[in-house]
Write a protein that binds this ligand. Structure first.
Ligand code: HEM
Length: 279
């Protein structure tokens, strides 16, 4: 199976994006840019993310972050638009936003390499890992600057609107479902907001509220795959090359799997779910 992107999405993301690879090439690239997508990566940057979250929640709403606006323009502007690259069209705006992001990435990568701006974050770690002078790994395991940029862009595009939507719903549902679990931690911390890795991993009820939020809100309501070979599923014969659309909302709201699906009920995650019923 491979991700089924429209022509316009393919053009904007660039040919070396992870989202355009299949099979072994996909596995290799995934390994090379995996850190932001792994638990180890999250653990490594946990304190940084924690401080950023506290700082962001403290700031007044309405603050503009231009990088992320570009990411949104790329998504809304190109992924399902008509393929007319003329001024005024969504596809054209997507391509332009992509080019502005490339220019910005060039400048940030240069700054990071020259040591003018050093930060301990995912970008720094990718820049270090794929630098020509980096000691570890052989050169086959290093991405070119073009590949690096395509894939940083991919991470920003894939990670921006998903996280924004998920956090918006989480703020609502977590606030409505504050429990003893949170109060105990608040009392113990006596006003400090910094959480430890072990504290965030020991909030079983909160974890269920998060899962239930992701079920109810279904951040990626549907996605499409292209069949890499002929196969059969529950009597349906699927031919190589066919597009298969996953209607995730219907799966998440299927009363055969989730009783009373319209109700927000974290206790449905008390027991393990049937495989592939929660995406
Ligand atoms: C709540 C937030 C998020 C949700 C709900 C979400 C959801 C998904 C889903 C459903 C897929 C398809 C998985 C599959 O192929 O079976 C996916 C893939 C992907 N996501 Fe996310 N995602 C989120 C956040 C992020 C973030 C923060 C990043 C980047 C930092 C990211 C980067 C990616 C990438 C690169 C892929 C493609 C992976 C591959 O082809 O191997 N996502 N995401």
């Amino acid at each position: 199976m491979s991700l089924n992107l429209f022509y316009t999405g393919q053009q904007v993301l660039g040919p070396t994006s992870l989202l355009q690879q299949t099979g072994e090439a996909h596995k290799r690239l995934r390994r090379l840019i995996a850190e932001p997508l792994s638990l180890d990566g999250l653990k490594k940057y946990f304190q940084f993310i924690n401080s950023l979250a506290i700082e962001t929640l403290d700031q007044r709403s309405g603050r503009e972050v231009l990088v992320l606006e570009e990411a949104s323009t790329i998504i809304s502007g190109s992924f399902a638009s008509l393929p007319f690259k003329v001024p005024g069209t969504a596809f054209y705006r997507g391509i332009q936003a992509r080019d502005r992001m490339y220019a910005m990435l060039d400048s940030i990568i240069d700054q990071r390499r020259s040591g003018k701006s050093l930060k301990q974050d995912f970008l720094q770690s990718l820049v270090n890992k794929h630098s020509k002078d980096a000691p570890e790994g052989d050169d086959d395991d290093k991405l070119t600057d073009k590949q690096l940029k395509d894939n940083i862009l991919t991470l920003l595009v894939a990670g921006h609107d998903t996280t924004t939507a998920a956090l918006t719903w989480l703020l609502k549902y977590l606030q409505e479902n504050l429990t003893e679990e949170h109060r105990e931690i608040q009392d113990r911390k006596q006003g400090t907001l910094d959480l430890t890795w072990s504290e965030v991993n020991n909030m079983p009820y909160t974890a269920k509220v998060i899962s239930e939020t992701l079920r109810m809100a279904t951040i990626l309501p549907s996605f499409s795959r292209k069949a890499a070979q002929d196969f059969e599923i529950e009597g349906c014969k699927i031919k190589k090359g066919w597009s298969l659309n996953l209607d995730v909302v219907s799966i998440h709201r299927d009363p055969k799997i989730f009783r009373n699906p319209e109700k927000f009920d974290p206790s449905r995650f008390d027991e393990p779910l049937k495989p592939f019923s929660f995406l």
